[in-house]
Design a protein around this ligand. Sequence first.
Ligand code: GDP
Length: 178
Amino acid sequence: GNQQRVEANILLLGAHNVGKSALTVRFLTRRFIGEYGDIESVYSRVDRIDGQGICFNIWDSQCSQVGDTCCSLSDKHLQWADGMILVYSICDRSSFEVVRQQLQQIRRSRKPSSVPVVIVGNKRDLQRHRSVSSEEGRLLALSQQCGFFEVSAAEAYHGVLLVFHRLVDLVRETRALR
Ligand code: GDP
């Protein structure tokens, strides 16, 4: 049996204000709090998936970038991660462009076969303000061999849980192939 606990280092990336902290807190506590400080650190949660203990180490990266300029990702972040969640807001087109740019940056240092990436369109509850269609998100993910989800950290826990569990499945598949 595979009873050893597995560690999965998960890095959250994306523009400022898209809900990275909200997603992290939702996953860790099942709650939505609304406002978060800008404290960057690694949080952990242990889950049992298919009988195996998985320790999620989550790094909610904060970038100080304003507007649509891409904050450059540090190599420290990129090399640490076993899996990445790239977050944009469905009502903020510039945040979608940041995801596109960060993906290019990731691909320069990590191959798709070495680090799985899931793209997440957050704030799905704000349909009236939508400026990125589901189709665009899905197509970007497809073209870059990434997973794709639209969720609302504000409204529901389940979709957020699916994102993290899907990513850890991909991390485990990646390790099995190595
Ligand atoms: P971060 O800078 O990417 O970590 O973003 P935060 O998690 O701090 O969230 C930025 C703002 O968006 C906060 O005011 C949150 O309350 C809000 N927010 C986060 N997720 C959602 C969501 O799913 N729906 C809505 N309506 N607001 C959200």
